[in-house]
Design a protein around this ligand. Sequence first.
Ligand code: GDP
Length: 327
Amino acid sequence: MVLADLGSRLRGALSSVESGSDDEINQMIKDICSALLEADVNIKLVVRLRDNIKNKIKSEITAHDNTMNKRKKLQKIIYDELCGLVDSHEEPPKPKKLSAQKKSASTQTVTKTINGKKVKVKQNSGPSNISSYVIMFVGLQGSGKTTSCTKLAVYYKKRGYKVGLVCADTFRAGAFDQLKQNAIKASIPYYGSYLEQDPVKIAHEGVEKFKDEKFDIIIVDTSGRHRQEQQLFDEMVQISEMVTPDQTIMVMDGSIGQAAESQAKAFKDSANFGSIILTKMDGHAKGGGAISAVAATKTPIIFMGTGEHINDFEPFKPSTFISKLLG
Ligand code: GDP
């Protein structure tokens, strides 16, 4: 079942409660659970959600509530529980502009001992402490990694960051061309090579180049594959050790269903990503599998791709997502 249908099933379940009788409420809970299961949300999560809803209903809805109050409370309980499903309760890291880092570095106060006395001194942290923010992308081939790299670069560029793109995908023929074309269209500086076969070398050179040129954010695209997975994971670890990213983002196709959980866990073990970008949430995305992946890895979804165009990209907010789903 695709997301749009999930939304209408959930809305239908909620609006089917008229008198607020126990039977109606039980039927509503059943409908919500089966809709979530059909959207590929993991069964364990659905069972937990069902128990939470039942417990909340017991403690929050009383015999004194009239029908209207009951319905309002029910809606709030369902909304909160659905938000809980997609909310990792982790804040995604926020890149700092180099100019802002300079300011904070220059106002740092430290305690030093001078002639046996403790004094507070303001200290410049020095330019060596100021560094570009490196973001590394990981994910399977076809998930939308390369497209999302440019989308994220454009998102930050619009907010005044100086952003560079590095193509360390030497596996897929045409990957560099694709990134280059996207980057040129969006006027984002890029780095890559047609000749060099070693992705670790390219990643290192690209990141160093943009660091030297004082870029605020450097985004590194890595290769994704369907097969030879161990080799992919080894390569990812090597690139990560070389460029020491401040943030690793896993790109996940929003329509992959139940496979999402094991895929996310496998990447988490190797790449320890800190956030997720869900792609293809337009069209026929199921979304439920990805929701389960969030829960399995306790990692926040930070952005959502909603189309092939560079601007089809929006920050992911659990409450906004669920509000939209519930109409
Ligand atoms: P990669 O192999 O992971 O780098 O994947 P690509 O970035 O090449 O994307 C694979 C395909 O998915 C391309 O045809 C993209 O245009 C398409 N794509 C990427 N993101 C989205 C999205 O959010 N929505 C839709 N509909 N298509 C997307």
